[in-house]
Design a protein around this ligand. Sequence first.
Ligand code: CA
Length: 723
Amino acid sequence: MTGAHGKENDVGKPMSRAGKLLCAVAAVALAGTVVTLSGCGQGKGAAQVDQARLLAADKEPGNWMSHGRTWSEQRFSPLDKVNASNVGNLGLAWSFQLSTNRGVEVTPVVVDGTMYVTSSWSVVYALNAKTGALLWKYDPQVPRETGKFACCDVVNRGVAVWKGKVYVAALDGRLIALDAKSGQPAWSVNTTDPKLPYTITGAPRVFKDKVVIGNGGSEYGVRGYVTAYDAADGKQLWRFYTTPGDPSKPQESKALEMAVKTWQGDWFKQGGGGGSPWDSMSYDPDLNMLYFGTGNGAPWDQTSRSKGQGDNLFLSSIVAVDADTGEYRWHYQTTPGDTWDFDSTQTVTLADLTIDGQPRKVLMQAAKNGFFYVIDRTNGKLLSAHNYVTTSWASSVDPATGRPIEQGDPRYKKGPAIVMPSSFGGHNWHPQSFSPKTGLVYLPAQDVPGVYGTDDKYAYKNGEWNTANDTRLNSLPDDKKARAAMKNSMRGMLVAWDPVAGKEAWRAEHKGPWNGGTMATAGGLVFQGTLDGKFNAYDASNGKPLWTTDAYAAVLAGPMTYEVDGEQYVAVGAGFGSVFYLVAGFALDHPGNPENGRILVYKLGGTATLPKPDMTKIAVPKPPADAASAQIVATGHATYNKYCLVCHGYNAIGGGVIPDLRYSSLIGDDTGFKGVVLRGDRKSNGMVSFASTLSATDADAIRAYLIHEANGAYAAEQAPAAK
Ligand code: CA
């Protein structure tokens, strides 16, 4: 007996006792890709959320009806039954095993006793929030080859709900409305051109009968935009492009006529310049504005995008538009002329603060570039900006101009350089929270350096990795020393930031970077998970650790809390995956055989248990002889870094999510290896054919490089003195 450990495939099996009580008659209906258990615990109409209810969300704190609980995206819950005095009694109430085996970045939404969550590949689940019993599951059947265009894993951050419908944005660019009661599709629209390398991982937001969604793809070359659709039928209402189009043609708006003057070169021939708004959005009902963060430039290296000149609006910015029409209101660019993959897509938190004795309507962002911004959200004026992590590229932000003061050779004009923060960011998608009670922002922060260098051989290719950047560790003088230096300088910490004073109030150090999103509660608590599989609660006023539990998987997603039948629950997603696991395996301990992703739900006195996965380190199998010449291995290394690194990791060291190629039997099988790399034999797993870019000779060289790395790893393990 493993307590209430529910699984997706519990459908059709005997139900738990709690499930039986709620579902007097359980029926299993298979309808296309929808699995439904009808009549299970969905009372008074499912997901009946509307403008009035969301405006008054604080009057029903037991529900979490929007991605960040309220439109302000504060991720603060007024619930306080779980609090600093009793959080030590928190135990697992139930868990639910998701059916996909990649990163878990979802924030659950809970309305009237039903929880709506997503897993990787954009699969949606409706669960009984009290028991974890599956009510229905919807799989949009995203073609697995879409995974090639997902820089940062095939994740999904959650749904929006409105007037009986559940909205999910699928990885392949579809926005799909589901009936909240049955999980049956009501409508579906393509928000992106399927021929272009767009993906969507973010959660839609809904207000005033409009559902809004952005997109990602700036590592491949796309033109970013946010679109609003009619929540009832999917009709397009407005679209805001975040980069200008071909300068020889009329732009779509006055804002883009302004933006195009800040560009040079031929960005519009390289997919569109980037700026993809792939995560944060906040709606302000008082000012009737929608705020969203925009992504980095495409390609990363500004010299290849815009002749190294201009601010390149609206890249790496926070943009405010009219919520009804999508018309431009204002923008604030955190990184003018981005050349580091400094997306400004991190949580945009709205709050009312008193600054210098004046009440201010602000928005706050801890941008990837390492600065914490407080902005007057009525007009976009900078109120303050202070670095919250090490920022080697800029000393500070000039309060008069709002522009960063760059230092050294941050634009790597003189050759490859290690820069902090890096494309991982001082803070990334992991959501921050704000407590109006403490006045502090709780921020998953990190020091992670990155290598930047201009790729002299860069030529844009549609649908390929197009960063024009040489991010190879081995482009530095000593690749092994650089790797060790990078690993040693990595830090991860929960930072409590005082946005009025512009400084840190306290911090809790973690073992390493890439830790989870946060939630603050009126119970005086902050919740946060860690990369090494813990889920923790801290005293919100001073950072004292109050509770910890083992999740047996990385806890990176944003936690949330809700109430059913007078009992408070705390929920979080856990699972191995996300970009750090794909590229930075060298910074992780090989995690053995991790379980699939899970939703974990805790309550006071909870006694359920989790099955413990086998985390025994797997030995490197004996590889074929390392017989190729050093020159072929070096060629293979360079080609690997260009086409394979983004999923299979630096130095071919896997993070345990996507196959670690040093362990693969295919490296000793020429025909089998070419079948996968050049013919797409594993397309159904997401490994598409690279025949359009790689030759048989390239494949041979990559295989020789992998054999070389496998021999190195094998020898290290076999050495008697190996630690
Ligand atoms: Ca990016």
